[in-house]
Design a protein around this ligand. Structure first.
Ligand code: ATP
Ligand code: MG
Length: 153
């Protein structure tokens, strides 16, 4: 189990989450949990960019639909930092299949269909760093969060 207080994860409100007005709710969950926002932008991504993000799924039957869905409107790209950001970020999302996602998770609260899963979160520290480079080639924003001593010993 990772104990890096500076661990970073790439979180993205998908096209359905944006259209359904869930951006604020999702940001609020990460804020309230104690993570620090270090990058944020609204992006209408190109197919090539989304294909790169989901390249491990290239060749699967759901890949063309996934690209079409994720380029159908803007997404919100974010980087959140904090203790166990990757694993906890995934736990906050719920399971890939929303029907298997526990109530209280993002997918368990807002989604039903595996093709409309509201929010993305990196699945490993290595993939998080890759995704952060892909979505934020300009880099992230460094600052001291004054709340940190109330979240961490
Ligand atoms: P994401 O990477 O989008 O955060 P995830 O990590 O929970 O989701 P992945 O296994 O990486 O899930 O799959 C990426 C996306 O591809 C899923 O969000 C879903 O929309 C789609 N997907 C994955 N598996 C399937 C499947 N078996 N059938 C249909 N769509 C799928
Ligand atoms: Mg994934």
């Amino acid at each position: 189990m990772s104990c890096n207080v500076n661990e970073r994860t790439y979180i993205m409100v998908k096209a359905d989450g944006v259209q359904r007005g869930l951006i604020g709710n999702i940001i609020g969950r990460f804020e309230k949990r104690g993570f620090k926002l270090i990058a944020l932008k609204l992006v209408h991504a190109t197919p090539a960019h989304i294909e790169k993000h989901y390249e491990v799924w290239s060749g699967t039957p759901f890949f063309p639909g996934l690209i079409k869905f994720m380029t159908s409107g803007p997404v919100v790209a974010m980087v959140w930092q904090g203790l166990g950001a990757v694993e906890t970020g995934r736990a906050m999302l719920g399971e890939t299949n929303p029907l298997a996602s526990a109530p209280g998770t993002i997918r368990g609260d807002f989604a039903l269909d595996i093709d409309r899963t509201i929010c993305h979160g990196s699945d490993s520290v290595e993939n998080a760093e890759k995704e952060i480079k892909l979505w934020f080639p300009e880099g992230v924003v460094q600052y001291d969060a004054t709340f940190a001593s109330w979240i961490f010993e």
